[in-house]
Design a protein around this ligand. Structure first.
Ligand code: UN1
Length: 517
């Protein structure tokens, strides 16, 4: 369609269906199966990608390993300068790349652009880090001794990313891995290969200009077999995996089995708690963005809503006013993600629509209720995988409370005390993100303390999604304990050495041990 062609040609991607090489390790290639990229808003095929096969993946891993030797010799601040140039290349194409995210993944325009912005921001962060990633100097108990803690590069970082953030999740990993001196090999989601190819094509000239091999940032589009090669390879020092708890558990085991490092970003099942003293208007805006935005397809999306009994009926009716007005016409407009007026885009695949429908059917079969006027598939007049954002009141013991369904379904329940709400928040396997809406300072303290929320992201009067890059991003428990992006996340991308140096002319032992030689 003309709509797709406009987006593709802005990034020099073919519009005539010709095969696009989907692997890059210094050269573009790939002779594996063809992946079709399907637009979730229309169902049309927007590109055909020639993926890497298993041997090509092995070759790319070896090229990446070779590249890591050159990269680790480069001083950190020089890597920072390369990063700054990558940031400029991305910055010049933010709008075009954002539109490609909208076209291929299905999120709305401002969110597509926002996700590229996260990549730009983490590049800035990494450039700064290139002159500040510090080890430590520690006092030794022995005279004229000193202890250093020294970070050095790991070597190769494998990045396995999910469809829902086809650019940003790679960006966080690439930037931090590269600045700490590692080369990377990226396997994107099989349903968003074009975003991966477009990003790699922007990075490639920057590497070339700086005399670095392309395999510093290798790409292998492919299926499960390609992912398995990376995860199982002892030449890949760390595997950073974003995806489901089910697959993440397998990835974690395989990496553990070879004593590699794994960084896992798995399921979220995030709750918002609205207490009796909350500003309901603020809570409303936050919940609608986090539950309906991205059509419920962020790992940080709000899935559970716990309302204080005294404000529950009022808050639900405030929410329903928006949910029930969702359509192709009104304020909460569903429609083409490339149309600036749209706030709700499609689910990413027809399979996701089925998961959404099955989840709603199950909740109702087990005695739960749908509170919104409409649920199910939504027709916005362009085909695609659009569904009605839905609020449900499941039974108290419904299994939906403890499982992540990647769709715009919001489950509500009431509570009487903050303690009870915190208990409900923590009573799930996942621990990514949680938000409390309150104006009470005692509740805030409790929420952030040892008796509070057990998640990696714990907000107050801010929704569960839309985190900035400055802090470490990730979750606890079955979310996998990994941290990406800012904060101390970089410390996982290095091998640490404790180095004790003796600059005396004696040979004393620690703990005063005597060993008379
Ligand atoms: C994800 O959903 O995998 O906090 C990442 C957010 C975004 C990243 C989400 N900055 O919603």
């Amino acid at each position: 369609s003309a709509r797709a062609s406009r987006v593709l040609s802005a990034l020099d991607l073919p519009t005539d269906g010709s095969l696009i090489p989907g692997m890059y390790d210094g050269q573009w290639g790939g002779s594996g199966a063809v992946q079709k990229s399907i637009c979730p808003a229309t169902g049309e095929v927007i590109g055909q990608v020639q993926t890497a096969n298993v041997e090509e993946t092995q070759r790319a891993i070896q090229a990446t390993k070779g590249a890591s030797i050159l990269l680790r010799r480069m001083p950190g601040p020089q890597r920072g300068e390369v990063m700054r140039q990558i940031r400029e290349a991305l910055g010049a194409k933010t709008a075009a790349l954002g539109d490609l995210v909208s076209l291929e993944m299905g999120k709305i325009r401002s969110e597509g652009k926002g996700e590229v912005q996260e990549f730009v921001d983490i590049c800035d962060y990494a450039t700064g880090l290139s002159r500040s990633m510090a080890g430590r100097v520690l006092p030794s108990e022995r005279p004229e001794h000193v202890i250093y803690e020294i970070p050095n590069p790991l070597g190769v970082v494998g990045i396995l990313s999910a469809f829902n953030f086809p650019v940003a999740v790679y960006g966080w990993n690439l930037a931090i891995a590269m600045i700490t001196g590692n080369s990377t090999i990226w396997k994107p989601s099989p349903t968003t290969p074009l975003c991966a190819i477009a990003v790699t094509r922007l990075i490639q000239p920057v590497l070339e200009r700086n005399g670095l091999p392309g395999a510093v940032a290798a790409l292998v589009c492919g299926d499960v077999a390609v992912g398995k090669e990376i995860v199982g390879s002892s030449d890949v020092d760390m595997v950073s995996f974003t995806g489901s708890e089910k697959i993440g558990k397998e990835v974690g085991k395989v990496v553990q089995d070879r004593f590699g490092k794994a960084l896992l970003e798995l399921g979220g099942n995030n709750a918002v708690i609205v207490d009796k003293d909350a500003d309901l208007q603020m809570a409303l805006q936050a919940v609608i963005f986090a539950a309906v935005g991205t059509a419920g397809q962020r790992c940080t999306s709000t899935r559970r809503l716990y309302l204080h009994r005294s404000i529950s009926a009022q808050f639900i009716s405030m929410l329903l006013k928006y949910y029930d007005s969702a359509s192709s016409q009104t304020t909460l407009k569903a429609g083409d993600p490339l149309d600036d007026a749209s706030l709700i885009g499609p689910l990413h695949t027809s399979g996701a629509v089925k998961l959404y429908e099955d989840a709603l059917a199950g909740i109702q079969k087990r005695g739960g209720k749908v509170l919104t006027k409409r649920s199910g598939k939504m027709d916005v007049g362009m085909g695609g995988n659009f569904v009605w954002p839905t609020i449900v009141r499941p039974t108290n013991d419904d299994p939906c409370w403890t499982t992540e369904t990647f769709a715009p379904i919001l489950s509500v329940a009431e509570f009487d005390t903050l303690e009870e709400a915190i208990h409900l928040n923590n009573a799930v396997p996942q621990g990514l993100s949680a938000s409390l809406f309150t104006t009470n300072i005692q509740s805030m303290g409790k929420w952030l303390g040892p008796e509070g929320a057990d998640c990696g992201i714990v907000n107050i009067n801010v929704g569960t999604s839309g985190a900035e890059i400055g802090a470490g991003f990730g979750g606890n428990k079955s979310t996998g304990w990994g941290r990406e992006s800012g904060g101390d996340a970089w410390k996982q991308y290095v091998r640490w050495s404790a180095a004790t140096v003796n600059y005396s002319s004696k040979m004393p032992l620690a703990q005063g041990v005597s060993f008379g030689v």
